[in-house]
Structure formats: structure tokens, C-alpha cells
Design a protein around this ligand. Structure first.
Ligand code: PHE
Ligand code: NA
Length: 502
């Protein structure tokens, strides 16, 4: 049974969902620290260049693919070329992997929203997060000791994901974004304003924005900018392909892409301001310079440094609820976008209903999330999987996708014509050059340099067997998964439908 494709209620619904997907944990806990470490105010130059030369152009490519070929990633690439289905399933596998650990972070953020009120971390937030809360083992490994009190928030997070998925594109995904995204903007705006009035806020902002122009000649800084843009826009692993496939035929793709891209970057800058104003306060309270602070990115920034600050602050609990509530909302709208990639792909391949596909995906991912990430070694595993799937998996997917579309099937003129036919903002041949040459070149350099350093130096001092298993192994799993799923025969009638697309 070929069911009729679901649709957004209109362009605004899609735009909200696209922004909801892009604005995530990366904006709040990744961008501020990355900008600070890579030249501060001067980082905005490579960042903007990366946005305009890679981020927005690939966003357009994703939109064009999903909208023209009307399907989840495997369907789109199958319609694009013979054997393409495997590339689609590779993107689904990446989404699946990310989904499994993203849910865990969401669960932590939910717990910490409550802890902000109870101040559960007491005198020592560092010991609290890794000790009392995660019961982290001293050495990385694969322990099967499940940390009991992590289960309740985790199950709750999965339950909400399940409900949204089962409700579908319009009543689930669109509605969730319609409520969560504005709420996020309000909570976060209050947080930023409050942060700006803290003692030391200005020192924090100076630390973040004082430009170090000498960094502009450092290639690592440029690589960091491109990598931040890729992660931040959720491009090149199926999300935007899937979301744009639910747009009606007459939809403005490029204008929407520009708005989504700039909205995401604006939220990043806003988060930079909020986070560094707050760090400035912490530095002032501790009588040190901002440059002497530690724990400025990732889970440690959110789950150790922020609790420390919250404890120092009058009205700390309110600030904590604003901060962790923002993490929950931002993470949640991203989470449902990744889940939709996997659910839609299974639905289309096997002609199963939305509820069945959602239950299957959430059930499997939920189980994996408990066995791998809710254990006493979960934090190490999460950290490793995250590093390799993003910096090797997504980048590889983006390289293959751009090269195949540009040089393999030579579809850029078709896709550009498609974008221009439906959109107000017209794109020129410059887009071909960016997708065919500039983006893949940049990505190959990135992959080469990260791959080399991971092979030679490993990562975070973890043992080699462990990195081979949970880092390279997970990337290998995504490849095997892609090939296997592409080979499994799908529902009948697909070939006739595919024939309608050129
Ligand atoms: N773009 C999101 C962010 O900036 C990250 C994300 C990752 C979203 C994976 C969806 C899937 O945080
Ligand atoms: Na983002």
C-alpha cells in the first residue's frame, strides 16, 4: 500500500521545524567555546565564510533533493541513481546512531532542570556530575552496570519522542516545534538579558569577542569553522532531505533556507553572548581572568560549569531552570528531526505504518541508549561515538553526496533549475562551483586532517581497542548497515513510482 505522503500545513510549519532542527545543543554548548578558542571575534570571519560557501549551499542542495525526489534519504538517492539507496541508508545509519545518544543528553538536561531547583549538586558540581549522577567508572570501557536513576528521565525522553513520531509530521513534529521553538526563544532571551546584568558580564563578552586576527592564518581555525557550520545546520545526513520532502509542490526553498541558516547563526551568537556573560560572572566571583577558566565546551560546560555558576548566583535556581530548560527544548526539536529520518526511511522501504515504524525505532534506540550510554562507562562511549560519527561519518556522507550529485550523475543544473522555479531568491552558477569544487575540496581536507590525527594520536587518551570498537567500529557499522539495507528487497511497486522521477 503506497500511502499518500504527509505534508507540512504550510511553509511556516516547515520553516519552524527546520530552525528547530538546526538550533540544538551545538548552538548552546559548542559554538561559544569553539569561537572563543579559535580567535574570538576574528572567528566570525571564517565562520561567515563557511556559512556562505558551504552551509547555505548544502542546505539548498538538501532542500532541492528532498523536494524534487519526494522521499526520505534512501528513496531520494535511489531515484537519483542506481545503487544510490546505499548512500541514503548511510545517512539513515548516522541519524540512528546520533539519535541513540542524543536522547541520553536530553535526559540529563531534564534531570538537571529539576536539580537546579533542588540544588542536588550541593557544594561540588564536578564530583556530582561524573560521580553521584553518572557514577562514571575510572577507566573507559564497556561496562554493563546500568545506573538505575538515569533510567526514569531516559524513558521519559523516549516516550515523548515516541508520541511526537506517532502523531506524524503535521500533528506531531510541526506542532511540537510550534510550541517548543518560541518557548525556547523566550526562555533563552530572558537568560541572556539576566546574564548581561551579572557582575563581570562585560569581561566575559570581551574575552569572547576580542578578535585575535593572527588566528586567521591558522588552518585549524578554518577547519573548526567549517566543522561547526556542518554540525550546526544539520546538513548532509538526511534531516533536511526528509523535512523538505513534506513540502507542498509550490514552496519557496531558497528563501526558507536563507532564513533558517541565518536564524541558526543568530541563535549561536546569542548563545555566545549568554554563555560568556555568565562565564565572566564566574571569573569575577572567583577572582580570576576568563582565560583561566576551564570547562568551556560540551557536556562539562553545561553539566559542571553551569551548576557551579548557578550555585554562586542570587536567584540561581531560576537561572538554572532557564538554562537547562533551554537545553531540553533546543535538544528536543533537534531530536525529533533525526528520529524522523529513520522512521520515514523504514516506513517507505517496508510499507509499514507510522506507529509501527516509530515504535520499532524508538524501541531499538531506547534499548541501545540504556545498554551503551546509561552505564557507568556511558559518558566515555558517548563522547567517542559523537566524535567519530560527526567528524568521520557526516563528513564522509557530505563528500560522497556532493561528488556524486555534481560529477557522478551531473544533476546540479537540474536541481538549480528546480530551486529557481519554485523560489523567489534565484541562485546562479556560483552554486555549481561551490557544490562541485569548493565544498568537496574543503571537506576532503577536513576529513584527511581529522582522520590522520585520529589514526595517529587517537582521541582523548582512550585505549586503541576502545576507539577501534566504539569510534571506527561505529562508522563501520553505518557502512555495513547501509549496504545491507540497500540490498534487502523493499515493498512492491517502488520501481513504477521511481520511474516518474528523472
Ligand atoms: N544542528 C544541531 C545543533 O546545532 C545538532 C544536531 C545534531 C541536530 C544532530 C540534529 C541532529 O545542535
Ligand atoms: Na545549530
Amino acid at each position: 500500500k503506497a500511502t499518500k505522503r504527509e505534508h507540512w500545513s504550510g511553509q511556516t510549519g516547515f520553516l519552524l521545524a527546520a530552525i528547530g532542527s538546526a538550533v540544538g545543543l551545538g548552538n548552546i554548548w559548542r559554538f561559544p567555546g569553539v569561537a572563543y578558542e579559535n580567535g574570538g571575534g576574528a572567528f566570525l570571519i571564517p565562520y561567515l565564510v563557511a556559512l556562505l560557501t558551504a552551509g547555505i549551499p548544502i542546505l539548498f542542495l538538501d532542500y532541492a533533493l528532498g523536494h524534487r525526489y519526494q522521499g526520505s534519504a534512501p528513496t531520494v538517492f535511489r531515484r537519483l541513481f542506481k545503487g544510490g539507496e546505499a548512500l541514503g541508508w548511510f545517512q539513515v545509519a548516522i541519524s540512528f546512531v546520533i539519535m541513540c545518544y542524543y536522547g541520553v543528553i536530553l535526559a540529563w538536561a531534564m534531570s538537571f532542570t529539576v536539580f537546579s531547583v533542588t540544588e542536588a549538586w550541593g557544594e561540588d558540581p564536578t564530583a556530582f556530575f561524573t560521580g553521584t549522577y553518572l557514577e562514571l567508572a575510572p577507566e573507559p570501557g564497556l561496562s554493563l552496570d546500568i545506573v538505575g536513576h538515569l533510567l526514569l528521565p531516559l524513558l521519559l525522553a523516549w516516550l515523548v519522542v515516541l508520541v511526537v513520531m506517532v502523531l506524524g509530521v503535521q500533528s506531531g513534529v510541526e506542532r511540537a516545534n510550534k510550541w517548543f521553538l518560541p518557548l525556547l526563544v523566550i526562555l533563552f532571551a530572558i537568560l541572556v538579558v539576566r546574564a548581561l546584568f551579572l557582575d563581570g558580564a562585560m569581561e566575559g563578552l570581551n574575552a569572547l569577542f576580542t578578535p585575535d586576527f593572527s588566528q586567521l592564518t591558522n588552518t585549524d581555525v578554518w577547519l573548526a569553522a567549517y566543522s561547526q557550520i556542518f554540525f550546526s545546520l544539520s546538513i548532509a545526513f538526511g534531516i533536511m532531505i526528509t523535512y523538505s520532502s513534506y513540502l507542498k509542490r509550490k514552496s519557496d526553498l531558497t528563501t526558507t533556507g536563507l532564513v533558517a541558516g541565518f536564524a541558526n547563526s543568530s541563535f549561536e551568537i546569542l548563545a555566545g553572548i549568554g554563555v560568556f556573560a555568565t562565564l565572566g560572572f564566574m571569573a569575577a566571583q572567583s577572582g580570576v581572568g576568563v582565560n583561566e577558566l576551564e570547562g568551556l565546551t560540551g557536556p562539562i560546560l553545561s553539566f559542571v560549569t553551569f551548576p557551579q555558576i548557578i550555585s554562586m548566583m542570587p536567584g540561581g535556581p531560576i537561572f538554572g531552570v532557564l538554562f537547562f530548560g533551554s537545553l531540553v527544548l533546543a535538544g528536543f526539536t533537534s531530536m525529533i528531526s533525526i528520529s524522523q529520518v529513520v522512521v520515514a526511511a523504514l516506513q517507505e522501504k517496508f510499507a509499514i505504518g507510522r506507529a509501527a515504524a516509530s515504535a520499532l525505532v524508538v524501541g531499538v534506540c531506547g534499548t541501545i541508549s540504556i545498554l551503551l550510554f546509561a552505564t557507568t562507562t556511558g559518558l566515555y562511549t558517548l563522547d567517542t561515538v559523537d566524535k567519530y560519527i560527526n567528524e568521520i561519518g557526516i563528513i564522509t556522507s557530505a563528500i560522497v553526496m556532493t561528488l556524486v550529485v555534481a560529477w557522478g550523475v551531473r544533476k546540479l543544473p537540474t536541481l538549480r533549475a528546480h530551486l529557481n522555479r519554485v523560489s523567489a531568491f534565484q541562485i546562479g552558477v556560483w552554486w555549481h562551483w561551490l557544490i562541485a569544487v569548493v565544498v568537496p575540496a574543503m571537506l576532503i581536507i577536513m576529513l584527511g586532517s581529522t582522520g590522520y590525527s585520529l589514526l595517529v594520536d587517537g582521541y582523548a587518551g582512550y585505549p586503541t581497542w576502545y576507539l577501534n570498537l566504539m569510534g571506527w567500529g561505529v562508522v563501520g557499522f553505518a557502512i555495513v548497515f547501509a549496504v545491507v539495507f540497500a540490498l534487502i528487497p523493499g515493498r512492491r511497486g517502488r520501481a513504477e513510482e521511481d520511474a516518474a522521477f528523472d
